[in-house]
Design a binder for this molecule. Sequence first.
Ligand code: BES
Ligand code: ZN
Ligand code: ZN
Length: 494
Amino acid sequence: MQIEFVEFGPAAGEALTAIAALVFEGPTLSEAAEALDGQTGGAVSRAAAAGRFRGAKGQAVELVAPANLHASHLLLVGVGPKDEFDAAAAEAAGAEAYKALKLSGARALELRFNAEPELLARAAFGARLAAYRFDKYLTKEKPEKKPSIAAVRVASADLKAARAAYKPLEAVADGVTFTRDLVSEPANILYPDEFAKRVKGLEKLGLEVEVLGEAEMAKLGMGSLLGVGQGSRRESKLVVIQWKGAKDKAAPPVAFVGKGVCFDTGGISIKPAEGMEDMKWDMAGAGAVAGLMYALAARKAKANVVGILGLVENMPDGNAQRPGDIVTSMSGQTIEVINTDAEGRLVLADALWYCQDRFKPKFMVDLATLTGAIIISLGNDYAGLFSNNDDLANGLLAASKAEGENLWRMPLPPQYDRMLDTLAADMKNIGGRPGGSITAALFIQRFVNGLPWAHLDIASTAWKKPSTIAAIPDGATGFGVRLLNRLVAEGYED
Ligand code: BES
Ligand code: ZN
Ligand code: ZN
């Protein structure tokens, strides 16, 4: 999707351009909508008054081939009360406009929103995110199902300022797109080695990428991660990504660690057939970390950041690990694997230990599609946040609000930690059904050596079908990229 900023003025001469303008709650026409009303001999105000349209958020009215206007469509986008129109509302309006018109036949969409450059940039960002599609395997799609809009033009009185405000947002949108593509790929295409290769390709952005194979991980003692991948024909990989954007390249970094289970069959504790295809997106945590690193590098963030991806495939096989097996993690702690389907925490245990051991970061945040229980707890609009540090948790909650990637803080009650005790090893990998997301987080916490740490259980938010947000088309959401990019931008840059 091409995004351009153009001079605010009369409609472009093209016959197949759609124009979108804002209407506030009332309905009260925006300045641009007023001007269009004048041009069309009152068609805009008549359309706004003809039905139930009140200019509320989420409402829209479409005029096709309006008189006296060189436009194929004119869309009035309701954005709610005028004094509440902010960056989030601008983003939603840009996304709604694209979504409403994408199949209209219009070739271009002009967002004629008169607003501050920052708000226009957010509108462009919304349209860009809404235009995402994973269509590389569609060979016979009907032409009328393909989006017709090839370009979004954002009208601005101050082109320089709008373009400057959009630049870092474009980097974030590129990062989100990178994540969505990874998460959407099926597991026959995207296995650990292929995932690692795609991340290696990000060296062109100035990132440093190292890929560790099974032999190197065995040397490091990562028996917990390696046990998970043991039943797969695909080699497990640990990817280490570094962005050194701070003035002092040796200053301690912040670190993000992702669960990258490229497919989770459950292993010998195999999952039921129905819905198992969803487990291609069990690498969404690692996908988000990769997309975050993309965004940080693309916008040249002034911070030192480490991203670590634990990439495995969890398969049943003659060589697969069995329930009851005891593995030794890099930390030295032993784990009795009661259920081979609770594999994400086994991957994170070694990835987190490696991260703190090697980098001594200021904090670690891990992202993982860790438990079905978080979906039961929070539904699909919130990810679970677990943290041993209030400052880090509050920073994440603030970033979450600003980006609309919702988090809900969950407890880490010390008295539940006992649920992980077992007879023959230091711990077992499941704590039972009650509080399943909490005991999973408590398990991970046993591999955090006192550092500030947060765990985001994104099993609830990584994939949405159907999605209720225009900036997030059905499928892979890219959840986490925006949130963590903002966390870094607001709290950890020079
Ligand atoms: N990858 C799953 C969690 C998951 C479930 C992600 C649904 C996305 C949607 C994870 O590895 C898993 O299987 N967890 C088990 C843990 C249980 C065995 C303790 C679960 O949630 O059932
Ligand atoms: Zn599992
Ligand atoms: Zn899993």
